[in-house]
Design a protein. Structure first.
Length: 231
């Protein structure tokens, strides 16, 4: 179980998150929705240990990891796929994968990545920065996958991709969830997110304005949140 309790966060004194409570239960997909600037990326940064909250707690399996480093959170199975992908452009595909794998199990990790995304197999020696946008996104997901994470935090993984690729990526996310990994999914395609999510949180101006199952979310109220952003 991954929990954020009463999280407040700020940048240079400007408050961005105001008392956010969010739970990612085991083997579940949690969608995190909300208009631009709502604080979704900031919340994932707090969840991965990159940004320390000004108040509140980050609890993984009952353990308070609020002051843990991002590295230690990785050891607890928390894996962040950031906005803009977080791969190393000047390294090859293979080296990007090897950096995430356990020593002595590098080949296993590469095979696992190729099993999920065969296209990466044809491009192992290519520099990651020269991959197409979609391939870079696959690599970013594969890097998370080879770590056998328990909780994956995904920030707009479908951004800028053609619908067919988005389908492929969502199929992969579905597979990941079915194999017992929990996902916290920030997604611009609201309908897609609602289709895969077991639970959904709607964030607006740093506060949770809805938490529940997708079927409980009223479409008009949702549209209102997006349209009314910033007012
Ligand atoms: N490094 C930073 N320094 C100062 N302010 C920041 C920083 N990063 C984000 N902010 C501000 O915090 C607020 C929340 O930003 P955040 O990136 O979390 O929103 P978001 O919900 O992910 O939006 P989007 O849908 O556009 O990605 C915004 O007002 C943004 O301008
Ligand atoms: Mg964002």
């Amino acid at each position: 179980m991954f929990e954020l309790r009463g999280i407040h966060a700020a940048y240079a004194g400007t408050k961005v998150l105001r008392g956010v409570d969010l739970v990612v239960p085991p083997s579940s997909v949690v969608g995190l929705l909300g208009p631009n600037g709502a604080g979704k990326t900031t919340l994932l940064r707090v969840a991965s240990g990159l940004l320390k909250p000004t108040a509140g707690q980050l609890v993984v399996d009952g353990k308070d990891l609020t002051s843990a480093s991002p590295h230690r959170l990785v050891d607890h199975g928390v894996c962040h796929v950031p906005e803009g992908r977080g791969i190393f452009p000047s390294l090859t595909v293979r080296d990007n994968l090897l950096l995430q794998s356990v020593k002595g199990k590098e080949n296993e990790a590469a095979e696992k990545a190729v099993g999920a995304f065969p296209r990466l197999g044809e491009r192992m020696s290519q520099l990651a920065g020269t991959l197409s946008g979609g391939e870079q996104q696959m690599l970013a997901l594969a890097r998370a996958y080879v770590q056998n994470p328990r909780f994956v935090l995904l920030d707009e993984v479908s951004m800028g991709l053609a619908p067919k690729l988005v389908d492929e990526i969502f199929e992969f996310l579905d597979l990941l969830a079915k194999t017992g990994t929990s996902l916290l999914l920030v997604e611009q395609y609201v309908t897609r997110a609602l289709a895969v999510a077991d639970y959904v949180y709607l964030l607006n101006r740093g506060e949770v304005v809805f938490a529940g199952e997708p079927c409980e979310l009223d479409a008009d109220a949702l549209a209102e949140q997006y349209v009314g952003a910033g007012h």
